[in-house]
Design a protein around this ligand. Structure first.
Ligand SMILES: Cc1cc2nc3c(=O)[nH]c(=O)nc-3n(C[C@H](O)[C@H](O)[C@H](O)COP(=O)(O)O)c2cc1C
Length: 323
């Protein structure tokens, strides 16, 4: 399938694996890229720029296909050394960067001078337009359904995607709630040029996470996610577990007075325990409503080939029959 996104990134299928903390290692990115989607290494999961350089080099040994790096710009009093992470990306000859979080404007010149395409992840039309105005090449429009940080506007993709299509000139992919061929065709119908998936890619054979994480995704339904940190205006969609229930009790009890320190135990440094060690009650971890559509653990190639076959059948079979 040819779209503005496949052309821009030099990939065969318009399917991207979004950056995921403690999931987006070289194994994940290479598996998606080898299956002719676009795999993405999560930059900040690597504790230092030197480690990111090594992860990029490791990914190169696993695939000859294009892959990208995610850089998430977090609000922080002591931010990571972003210029050094960007140097690692440039020196590693990575040509695609997925940015997320705060406005990436100040880092764009360094990326663009080195021929790097930037796709910025946004949860609103106004942020998407800002990304376009500052020179991003594409955006990933992330609806309220998404795993991770949906922002504070709560607009689901049935509205957000056509709104984005009406306003944007640069191409965009649909992100949040995407799982199968139906998602892809719906995304294309609403004006997107492809789709970005997070949660769905975690439940694949190659995803470098503990089997307990994959089993939890397969077992969960669309009713099992919760929104946390809303009072801190840092909303995150996570899978419910005992740590999340505890955190929500604190939010209820403390109301507007809650501070990040109050929930430190449930959110800080929990990812390695969950993703690597499989301690499923260790804390809150991002997960989308799309868990309700995930019932198996295929390889990335099986998943992507199945999505493309299903999308083709919908376009040329089911929809064509409507005349
Ligand atoms: C476990 C997990 C960790 C994530 N970590 C990040 C991250 O570090 N940076 C980022 O930009 N997005 C992150 N995301 C968001 C994904 O890249 C993607 O936008 C989102 O998962 C799309 O929604 P979906 O889960 O419904 O497919 C994460 C998502 C998950 C599920």
């Amino acid at each position: 399938m040819k779209t503005r996104i496949t052309e821009m990134f030099g990939i065969k299928h318009p399917i991207i694996q979004g950056g995921m903390h403690f999931v987006g290692f070289a194994e994940m990115a290479a598996a998606v890229s080898n299956a002719d989607g676009l795999g993405i290494i999560t930059g900040l999961t690597q504790r230092t720029p030197e480690l990111l350089a090594k992860e990029i080099a490791r990914c190169r040994t696993m695939t000859d296909k294009p892959f990208g790096v995610n850089l998430t710009f977090l609000p922080s009093v002591s931010p990571p050394d972003y210029p050094a992470y960007i140097r690692a990306i440039i020196e590693g000859e990575v040509k695609i960067v997925e940015t997320a979080g705060n406005n990436p404007q100040k880092y764009l010149p360094a990326l663009k001078e080195n021929g790097i395409k930037v796709i910025h992840k946004c949860t609103s039309v106004r942020h998407s337009l800002k990304a376009e105005a500052v020179g991003c090449d594409a955006v990933s429009v992330d609806g309220f359904e998404c795993g991770g940080h949906p922002g504070e506007d709560d607009i689901p993709n049935m509205i957000l995607l056509p709104r984005a299509a009406d306003e944007l000139k640069i191409p965009f992919v649909a992100s949040g709630g995407m799982a199968d061929g139906r998602s892809l065709v719906a995304a294309l119908a609403m004006g997107a040029e492809g789709m970005n998936m997070g949660t769905r890619f975690m439940a694949t054979k190659e995803a470098p996470v503990h089997q307990n994480v994959k089993d939890a995704i397969v077992a969960a339904s669309e009713l099992d996610t919760r929104l946390i940190m809303r009072p801190l205006r840092n909303t995150e969609r996570v899978l419910k577990n005992s740590a999340v229930e505890r955190l929500l009790e604190k939010e209820k009890a403390l109301g507007a007075n809650i501070k990040f320190e109050d929930i430190f135990g449930e959110v800080a440094g929990v990812y390695p325990k969950i993703m690597t060690e499989g301690q499923m009650e260790a804390g809150a971890w991002s997960c989308g409503m799309v868990v309700g559509l995930i019932n198996d653990i295929p390889t990335c190639k099986e998943l992507i080939d199945r999505i493309m076959a299903e999308a083709n059948e919908i376009i040329h079979g089911r929809l064509a029959r409507f005349g």
